[in-house]
Design a protein around this ligand. Structure first.
Ligand code: CA
Length: 649
């Protein structure tokens, strides 16, 4: 009767617990709505998740296989401990500045047939589950290679998915993929094959048949592990943790992470709710991680101009950069980003003069760099300046001597541990030289706003450059914008490069691709998309072509937020968010339904107040007006097709 064998906890730090082999362990969030249960079935570990009694995840596998231990089968209970976490922390660069994280903790110990112990740590807050594996040393063995994680997410029958497929490696522009730039497919049945058959990138959003929402991601990934992804879904709705593809990073470096023992895996996270509110507002990606080093100085976030987006490579010359410095100065922006090719088209000597000119106008400088190395063919320079510590520190010392404040690093090589080591090395060295870092052509950030004080944000999205490259992105612009607050931008800062006021996306605003969205829609993306330094896609001609109230709005808009509140929306259809900066509220909306949309909004934070409203004219131009919100905080507001609005108080 093995099932009734009693196993006593052998560790003094574990509370005395006695578990029958067919027993289960349960932990609930502080408000009692979110439940997680762990069971052993025939020696295999499973967890399931319910919210308000409804199944969010069916029995989903746990465990891993390393070079020294197999925790995929023959598992027995070893013991368990419960704990409670309540912490307050301050965090710049995300959706909220003051966070209270409260969670109940379940630490489970499972032993395999060899008596080796795997600990699984679960933290369950009101709407989030985070869990990770702790691996002890095995005798004198102090390292392992993790071969496979059994960890999976099994969604109930009838669930639908909102996922971005993973790309095969070493394809796309100059063999720079994967770079988290594949279009999302929404409202798809679970188990549908992905576009390339190699699974999905984090985060993944799932909708259960009982109107539940689950956002799956991971956080706390640094140099000690690889970035993971979701496997293809099985027909019965199981998606598993998958490691990078062997071909990433030009085939160099192992796809399997190496771990020093004792060690821990990154956190797998689930954000769960019966509405989209917890998904949009979650801070789980910073709740369970800690700063890896101290900031070398106080970093200043803000707004930037950027010639490359509208004027492209041809603008990589001294005179055009002066025009964009002047634009930044006119707008009162803190920064100019000088993009690719400055090393050859302007040259290091004249860059010193150009940077000094910017500083004379009270504008500081971000510089673009190619990340490579041996992992892409991208010809844009500067190249081979950040891939190894000797050249990197020399380059960063030069930047520091010029007063450069930040870098945009492009074209990284995937999710293998060697690439995660490069991300962390660039961030850590940059901090030593007083530089902020924004990644582009890159992976999803995983808790990095909290882990690295000089980290700004990452592209990892089909960003504004695609609006220049092709018409399809413009035709899909509203749809994509109405996805990001629920998925990509919900788990990390997103460098999109928003607010393209040109109607036509070329230098003279008379050719190239055509913007489909309204002016107010463009303004709304300054609020909807969150990145602590926003590289706005304004062009000098906008100053003459737009009414003063549009330009004034762009002069005043902040890039950091104290609070973020979900108001209304559905992924890919429409979205309304409220964000607070200091005492000032910004309410932003965007409409991708394809027709005019009138919403009855509940804005209790604005009850009884007077607002400035930026809305659409039927022709898609921005109009400014004053609105009064009634004492109940209710407001009815219309958006044109592919339109939007911003309310400011
Ligand atoms: Ca890109």
């Amino acid at each position: 009767m093995k099932n009734f064998l009693l196993v006593l906890s052998g560790f003094f730090f574990l509370s005395f617990s006695v578990l029958a082999q067919n027993d289960s362990r349960k932990v609930s969030g502080p408000d009692g709505q979110l439940d997680l249960q762990v069971r052993l079935v025939d020696g295999q570990a499973f967890y399931s998740v319910r919210y308000k009694g409804a199944v969010m995840l069916e029995d989903s596998p746990l465990g891993l296989v390393s070079s020294v231990s197999d925790f995929s089968s023959d598992l027995q209970w070893k013991g368990s401990r419960e704990d409670h976490i309540s912490k307050h922390y301050q965090q710049d660069r995300i959706k909220h500045s003051k966070v209270h994280y409260e969670a109940n903790v379940l630490l489970l110990s499972l032993a395999n047939a060899q008596g080796q112990v795997l600990e699984i740590e679960f933290q369950v807050s009101n709407n989030d589950v985070a869990f990770r594996y702790h691996l002890p040393a095995v005798g004198e063995t102090a390292t392992c290679i993790v071969k496979q994680e059994i960890t999976g997410f099994r969604f109930p029958k009838g669930s639908t998915t909102f996922l971005s497929p993973q790309s095969p490696p070493m394809v796309g522009w100059m063999r720079t993929k994967p770079s988290y730039e594949e279009p999302y497919v929404t409202d798809e049945p679970i188990g549908s094959p992905s576009r390339y058959g190699v699974g999905y990138t984090f985060p993944g959003l799932f909708k259960t048949p009982n109107e539940g929402w689950v956002l799956v991601s991971e956080t706390g990934v640094d140099a000690s592990y690889c970035g993971s992804r979701l496997s293809e879904g099985s027909p019965d709705g199981l998606y598993s943790i998958a490691y990078p593809q062997t071909g990433e990073n030009n085939g160099h470096g192992s796809a399997e992470p190496a771990l020093a023992l004792p060690g821990a895996t990154p956190w797998r996270t689930l954000t769960v709710g019966s509405s989209l509110k917890p998904i949009v507002e979650t801070t789980i990606y910073t709740d369970v991680v800690a700063p890896r080093y101290e900031a070398s100085q106080e970093y200043r976030f803000g707004r930037s101009t950027w010639s490359w987006i509208m004027w492209q490579d041809a603008s990589m010359n001294y005179d055009d950069q002066v025009r964009y410095i002047d634009l930044a100065a006119e707008m009162g922006y803190e920064y100019i980003l000088i993009d690719a090719l400055w090393d050859t088209e302007i040259g290091y000597d004249r860059m010193a003069t150009l940077i000094a000119y910017a500083q004379s106008k009270n504008v500081d400088v971000f510089l673009w760099y190619n990340s490579n190395g041996h992992w892409n063919d991208a010809p844009q320079g500067p190249r081979h300046k950040l891939h190894n510590p000797i050249v990197r520190k020399k380059e960063m010392a030069w930047m520091q001597s010029q007063g450069v404040k930040g870098i945009k690093v492009d074209f990284l090589g995937g999710d293998k541990q060697v690439t995660m080591q490069l991300y962390e090395a660039i961030l850590s060295d940059a901090n030593d030289y007083g530089l902020m870092v924004n990644f582009h052509g890159c992976t999803l950030p995983r808790g990095w706003e909290r882990m690295y004080p000089n980290y700004i944000g990452s592209e990892a999205v089909l960003a504004s450059e695609n609006l220049i490259f092709g018409q399809h992105a413009n035709d899909q612009e509203a749809y994509n914008a109405c996805l990001h607050p629920f998925i990509r931008n919900a788990v990390g800062s997103m460098e999109f490069g928003p607010v393209l006021l040109n109607r036509r996306h070329n230098r003279s605003n008379d050719g190239g691709t055509t913007r489909r969205t309204t002016d107010a829609f463009q303004l709304s993306t300054a609020i909807l998309f969150q990145n602590a330094v926003q590289f706005f896609a304004l062009a000098p001609n906008n100053l003459q072509e737009f009414p003063a109230f549009v330009i004034d709005f762009m002069k005043e808009v902040p890039t950091t937020w104290d609070e973020t509140v979900f108001i209304d929306g559905y992924p890919g259809r429409y979205v309304v968010l409220a964000r607070r900066h200091g005492e000032q509220w910004y309410i932003a909306g965007a409409n991708a339904t394809g027709k005019a949309l009138t919403l009855d909004l509940e804005l209790p934070m604005l009850a009884g107040t007077q607002l400035t409203a930026y809305t659409d004219t039927p022709e898609g131009q921005a109009r400014m007006s004053t609105l009064k919100i009634n004492r109940k905080g209710k407001l009815s507001l219309a958006m044109e097709a592919e339109g939007g609005f911003v309310l400011v108080r």
